[in-house]
Write a protein that binds this ligand. Structure first.
Ligand code: NDP
Length: 285
């Protein structure tokens, strides 16, 4: 039987509606509008697209967005000074520095300069550490979005074999931690994993974030598995994921499409974090 297609676009739209309602309540109760500062350096076309989508989502849910576009050759000192200023401004509740940054800028130093109270991307070492030890914090948006999609499928994660392919700091590692927190038995695979197909075949829940078009073959997938494909690959045939979708959907019980799966959730979770930050700042959380 073909898999249920997990409609990230629809799930994200419904989350944005809920967020918009809560933004309205916050405005009414406290006179506060959540504010997100988006910092973009240079002209990277993919980054421009992401930033535009974030601005559009903010407008839709009633969050004020403030874009700071800096030239490619901006100095690290100037960028850090901007982050410092945003840290201190009360009407800004979230700060997002669009990655990647140009080579001459130390990305870690910039992320660490963002005050954890406004770290709506969840990339600051304090946010990462808190997530790791199960304390309340801003969860990174893509991994959080994957967890929401899993929740929507109704799958009980406790005791399940979960396999994560990819171990980056923004996708694989945090997803593995969130699955572990839900009591799944988690295996993390990467480029040195031996016999990837065999490990993938054990997964009741498979999350893939590699960045290689359709590298996970449909016939590797355990029948009935739930598959979350984080990959976004631009090919001549258009956008494709890391999982061979057509074949995989014949074996999985549920699977995310690319596009229209994880992608829209990432931005919805960013909106949610910005709202949460504004609620914390006004003691309404
Ligand atoms: P990275 O390049 O940082 O990490 C890729 C990971 O895949 C690494 O851990 C790497 O292993 C592993 N890998 C590479 N080749 C293989 C292989 N042959 N077998 C097993 N593992 C392998 O990418 P990101 O985590 O940043 O992104 C992953 C994908 O997710 C990309 O397509 C990206 O576009 C997409 N993405 C989508 C988002 C969304 O909103 N939907 C948000 C963020 C990313 P090793 O560590 O050993 O090198």
């Amino acid at each position: 039987m073909a898999a249920t297609i997990i409609d990230g676009k629809a799930i994200a739209a419904s989350r944005r509606e809920q967020i918009a309602a809560r933004v309205g309540e916050l405005k009414e109760a406290m006179g506060v509008t959540p504010g997100l500062a988006v910092v973009i350096v240079g002209e990277n076309p993919a980054s421009q697209v992401y930033v535009r989508s974030k601005e559009k989502a903010c407008a839709e849910v009633g969050i004020l967005s403030e874009k700071h576009a800096l030239p490619e050759d901006v100095s690290q000192q100037e960028l850090l000074a901007l982050v410092d200023e945003l840290n201190t401004r009360n009407e800004i509740h979230g700060i997002l520095v669009q990655l990647p940054l140009p080579e001459h800028i130390d990305e870690d130093a910039v992320i660490e300069a963002i005050t954890p109270a406004k770290d709506v991307d969840g990339f600051h070492p304090i946010s990462v550490g808190k997530m790791m030890i199960g304390q309340e914090t801003f969860l990174p948006c893509t991994p959080h979005g994957c967890m929401v999609l899993l929740e929507e499928t109704g799958i009980e994660l406790k005791g399940k074999e979960a396999v994560v392919v990819g171990r980056s700091n923004i996708v694989g590692k945090p997803i593995a931690m969130l699955l572990l927190a839900q009591h799944a038995t988690v295996t993390i695979c990467h480029s040195r994993t031996r016999d990837l197909a065999e490990v993938v075949g054990r997964a009741d829940v498979l999350v893939v974030g590699v960045g290689r078009p359709e590298m996970i073959k449909g016939d590797w997938i355990k029948p009935g598995a739930v598959v979350i494909d984080v990959g976004i690959n631009r090919t001549d045939a258009g956008l494709v994921g890391d999982v061979e979708f057509e074949a995989a959907k014949e074996r999985a019980s549920a699977i995310t499409p690319v596009p229209g799966g994880v992608g829209p959730m990432t931005i919805a979770m960013l909106m949610e974090n910005t709202l949460l930050s504004a609620m914390r700042a006004t003691n309404m959380d």
